[in-house]
Design a protein around this ligand. Sequence first.
Ligand SMILES: Cc1cc2nc3c(=O)[nH]c(=O)nc-3n(C[C@H](O)[C@H](O)[C@H](O)COP(=O)(O)OP(=O)(O)OC[C@H]3O[C@@H](n4cnc5c(N)ncnc54)[C@H](O)[C@@H]3O)c2cc1C
Length: 345
Amino acid sequence: MSVLCLAERDGDEIASASLAALSFARALTPAGRVTAVVAGAAPAALGLADGAAAEVCHVVTPGLSGYAPVAWASALQQLAAARGAEAVVAAATDRGSEVLAHLGAMTALPVAANCVSANREGPGSWRLVRQRWAGSVLEDAVLDAPVALLTIAADAVQVADEVADDVADEQAPAGQAVVTTFTPELTDADVRVQARESGGAEQGMSLATARVVVGGGRGVGGPDGFAALEELAALLGGVVGVSRVVTSAGWRPHRQQVGQTGTKIAPELYLACGISGAIQHMAGCQGARCLIVVNTDPDAPIVSRADYAVIADLHEVLPALISAIRSRGSDYSASTWSNASGTVP
Ligand SMILES: Cc1cc2nc3c(=O)[nH]c(=O)nc-3n(C[C@H](O)[C@H](O)[C@H](O)COP(=O)(O)OP(=O)(O)OC[C@H]3O[C@@H](n4cnc5c(N)ncnc54)[C@H](O)[C@@H]3O)c2cc1C
């Protein structure tokens, strides 16, 4: 059985959400072929471990350099036909969800969103578990489709060791995978929508795929308060995310909102400052592997969800943290953060 997996890039690496999707894809077809489909020509070094995918296919679209959802979907459609794929999977990021929605519309196939698990019961027949209602409900579902189009819930799947190389090995070639290129035939309509620029592009990171997110809520106090969060995020190699109170007040743009009506994040580290932890916010960050909160209220709901809680004023904690990092001269931008081993550098 052949499975395609849309692999979004985070700079010169595969985004962690896509590594999880790749792990999911491998589980669908243990003895079969997984093709990691990467938009744009990329260096061979993509942080993929040996054998993570049978094939790494770079989709080359002349004249297109940025994100182009319809063009990407068209490329997947053509590749799926060429490879005889029985499933196409993507991380349930903004982009993965949008591309698969276009693919579903193009092919008239159903898309099953936010899957947690999938079992192939026979040709064209799948039994799924997927998240509904911002992850508060799990749904058992049956999918009958010649090609299963699946997005993978952000926090559903851990990246398998076989899929992700250590950061230290990121210069390694893409393992045993065959590296190919594919140039799809695109119409004018396919390329009509394309992103010219996006926030955070200078760091090659998006909120959905960042390894570190420094979050700010009402407790930050106003737009000026985010300078410290930006500074800390840059020191940690991450990005800033915010609560809805912050976007509703116009302190920060909506694209930085984490939550049910914002972006779902799955970073290695989420440092949430001045955020109470409303259910709608937590729905967007439950995929974080390590949650550290800074809050003046020990009874804030988010405190009980945290791996570590600092009960203090963020306006004192953040400058002290920034100063400590700067004085140590340490570079944390490539650090590994994990609560599984309890390590926090
Ligand atoms: C349909 C719907 C969808 C929603 N979608 C989202 C969503 O996607 N994302 C989202 O975030 N919310 C969403 N909300 C809103 C959500 O219910 C909360 O209102 C919101 O998350 C609260 O934001 P907050 O934590 O910043 O503010 P608050 O709840 O007011 O919390 C502020 C926190 O800051 C702490 N604090 C204050 N001062 C300091 C200080 N100096 N130092 C440290 N801590 C301090 C306080 O103790 C408090 O815990 C949604 C609501 C609805 C109804």
